[in-house]
Design a protein around this ligand. Structure first.
Ligand code: PAF
Length: 331
């Protein structure tokens, strides 16, 4: 396995663009540049390592993985565009910008849609989730599997949060995701969509008060160093996705395509195992690191849900009430 830093990554990406015209040339070994936003020790790294391990065990050195952790190839939107161009072969991303490529994906970003991790996993692995994966071919992408990050919680430097009034005017970084932006606007916050690589700097400089992410991200990105309050709000489930470029896929034999499906399925199992672990241990760790942690009570969560009523009207129009009800009713 090879790791590449951000500066070297830009050189690699540039070289890849320059040599695009020759990429069809016969090559014994196919390089897989695999980009993801977090450290190799995070849930993304665990999935990336398993993906590589399973492919290598069966395909030997036919494929050579180069990992670009910690946004080494840029923000998630840039990386997905790189897949479309064929300059990057593979990625693991959040649903941050996915609905800008396949709008149907956004239905899973609706706040308070899923009861718990099992509910989300059942829907994503079932017909509703698999139908959405299939739609990625229209965007020139091959979506192999749903992964996950866990439930998102709010961190900030301004105040403790116990109810919707406490987020009024809060400059909260959101993903570049219209569903999340609508939700926080409805709550009266000041959502500030921003690509992940800019977030830590913006928190340090105080241009934003806070951000929201699952415990898997808050711990692995060491947000306790730049954020004082953690509100365990679980306001939305955060899916992830494992994708490859159409160009890579079309150049593979059916046997190797099957191997990549198997490898990404095992990668998701490893990723979910990591998330289960951090959902149990993450809060204690963040308290030890000095964060002031407040867990929303059932009543406080209900107040947030009620305040989001207006946003739900928009979601019903965008995704159909029937689909949203079917997701909620899935056992
Ligand atoms: O907040 C985000 O943008 C995502 O959750 C992150 C941290 C890039 C992981 O995919």
């Amino acid at each position: 396995m090879a790791y590449i830093t951000r500066r070297a990554a830009m050189a690699v990406a540039g070289a890849a663009i320059m040599t695009l015209g020759f990429s069809g040339a016969a090559s014994a070994q196919q390089e897989i540049k695999l980009g993801y936003a977090l450290a190799n020790t995070s849930h993304y790294g665990v999935a990336a390592n398993k993906w590589e391990e399973v492919v290598e065990a069966e395909a030997g050195d036919r494929y050579s993985f180069t990992h670009f952790p910690s946004s080494g190839l840029g923000g998630e939107r840039e990386v997905i565009e790189g897949l479309q161009l064929g300059t990057i072969e593979a990625t693991i991303v959040s649903s941050g910008t996915l609905s800008n490529f396949v709008p149907e994906t956004g239905v899973f970003d609706i706040p308070f849609l899923f009861r718990d991790l099992d509910h989300a996993r059942t829907v994503l692995d079932g017909p509703i989730g698999q139908d959405i994966l299939a739609k990625f071919s229209d965007a020139g992408l091959v979506a192999l599997a749903w992964g996950e990050q866990g439930f998102r919680h709010i961190t900030n430097n301004r105040n403790e949060i116990g109810g919707p009034d406490d987020v009024a005017g809060l400059k909260l970084r959101t993903m570049e995701n219209p569903i999340h932006i609508t939700a926080f606007e409805t709550l009266g916050a000041a959502p500030t969509p921003m690509a992940w690589p800019e977030v830590i700097g913006a928190l340090q400089q105080g241009t934003i008060d806070g951000q929201e992410n699952p415990l898997s991200v808050i711990t692995s990105a060491k947000l306790s160093e730049v954020q004082k309050y953690l509100t365990v709000s679980g306001h939305v489930y955060s899916p992830a996705m494992l994708l490859v470029s159409q160009q890579l896929w079309d150049g593979m034999s059916p046997e190797d395509q099957e191997l990549f499906r198997k490898a990404t399925s095992e990668a998701v199992t490893a990723m979910r195992g990591f998330v289960d672990e951090v959902e149990t241990s993450g809060i204690a760790q963040l308290k030890e690191e000095g964060m002031e942690v407040g867990e929303l009570t059932v009543e406080q969560k209900a107040a947030f849900q009620e305040a989001l009523g207006g946003a739900y009207e928009t979601y019903y129009e965008t995704y159909s009430k029937d689909l949203i009800d079917r997701i909620i009713a899935t056992k």
